[in-house]
Ligand binder design. Structure first.
Ligand code: PMP
Length: 374
């Protein structure tokens, strides 16, 4: 009998979470009425991003549209910000949560940064270790994913957010807060966004990186940066010299989806779809694996575990693969100078695309594989 593989490997939206038919309707309407505009170059100048889209994103986040800069997905935002902030730095140094989003680390390294990890606890980075690091060297920026973090599921607590913002002012570094999962909260109260906290603290500096990938559609490739006045202009200069602007058609379609409530409706739909998957995933992990999860997430896509094993990660993953489990290599989420606690493997378990039975079966296989590797 062939075993169906359970895929704990990709953090992409399930097809049911993308309102394709409604987006297609908007696209047809835009093509019918505004093809002259969307097939021409977008105007360039102090801003990058369709004005209507910047206004809608400004409304969505209650900020001045002048502070919004639009990119091709948030990955490009990370790339341009890294280029901007690391440009003049000598031997630039960046701090990230450990574990963190692996692609971000690759981008920062490509821009010449030495990337160093600060261990992540159930409620955000370890602030004692962060303070120690800051005392020895101030980084060009600190990168955090404060809501339902990829890969761990951890949300940074209100207290830690306040402290991070105070540290930004005290030491003079920028915080990048990457928030693709923020809207997908299933329970509990949302802590204050770092960008909002920074407005009340003299000298604190936060750049917020957003994305429509998890709330509307990743194929539209709409990401954005919300920064203090001035930053979007500096980024616009970089954009102009590389790709001018994101595709006008996709931006206008995204703007309409925000303007007429499709994005908000879709967020509610996605939450209804994912909430029961989340509950089932938490229960399966707690009942089958015990107390090995980093946190109980209140939203997002991920729950994660530090699973005690004796064998190497490589041996464990190869054995799990034979048992019908596709897993992402957990050490890939750690920057080079950090690793999971000794005697454990780190595993990200995305629940957004798996039905209850599939997830539970995956966790049972994981328990068996871990027993064998213990
Ligand atoms: N940041 C984080 C934390 C992510 O998890 C992802 C996507 N998985 C991205 C950025 C990239 O998203 P986008 O599709 O907007 O480029």
């Amino acid at each position: 009998m062939t075993v169906q593989t359970v895929h704990f490997s990709r953090g992409i939206p399930p097809l049911e979470a993308i309102p394709s038919a409604a987006i297609a309707e908007h696209t047809s309407a835009v093509l019918a009425a505004e093809s002259d505009r969307v097939f021409q170059y977008a105007p360039i100048g102090r801003h990058t991003g369709d004005q209507e889209l910047r206004e809608q994103l400004g409304k969505f986040h209650s900020v001045d549209p002048d502070r919004v800069f639009v990119t091709n997905g948030s990955l490009q935002a990370l790339d341009l910000i890294a280029a901007h902030l690391l440009r003049d730095a000598v031997e630039p140094h960046v701090l990230v949560e450990a574990p963190t989003y692996d692609r971000a680390v690759q981008i920062f390294e490509r821009h010449g940064a030495h990337v160093s990890g600060v261990p992540l606890r159930h409620d955000g980075v370890d602030l004692n270790i962060l303070r120690e690091r800051l005392r020895s060297r101030v980084p060009a920026f600190v990168y955090v994913i404060p809501d339902f973090q990829n890969p761990s599921g951890v949300t940074t607590s209100e207290d830690k957010r306040r402290e991070l913002v105070l540290l930004s002012a005290e030491y003079g570094f920028t915080i990048l807060e990457d928030i693709p999962y923020r809207e997908l909260r299933f329970s509990g109260t949302a802590p204050t966004p770092l960008g909002e906290l920074a407005e009340a603290v003299d000298g604190a500096r936060v750049l917020t990186i957003g994305s429509l990938s998890k709330v509307l559609s990743p194929g539209l490739r709409v990401g954005y940066v919300i920064g203090p006045p001035g930053t979007p202009h500096a980024l616009a200069a970089l954009a102009e010299s590389t790709y001018l602007s994101p595709a006008p058609l996709l931006q206008v379609v995204a703007a309409r989806a925000l303007a007429n409530g499709l994005a908000r409706e879709n967020i509610e739909r996605v939450k209804q779809l994912l909430h029961p998957r989340h509950d089932a995933a938490v229960e399966a992990v707690q009942q089958t694996l015990g107390d090995v999860h980093l946190c109980v997430p209140e939203g997002g896509y991920y729950i994660s575990v530090h699973l005690p094993i004796r064998s190497s990660e490589e041996t464990f993953l190869a054995a799990a693969r034979k048992d019908g489990l596709a897993l992402t290599r957990g050490s890939a989420f750690y920057p080079a100078d950090c690793e999971p606690p000794s005697g454990t493997v780190f595993l990200r378990l995305p629940f957004q695309a798996l039905d209850f039975e599939e997830f539970a079966e995956g966790v049972r296989r994981l328990a068996t594989a871990a027993e064998r590797a213990a």
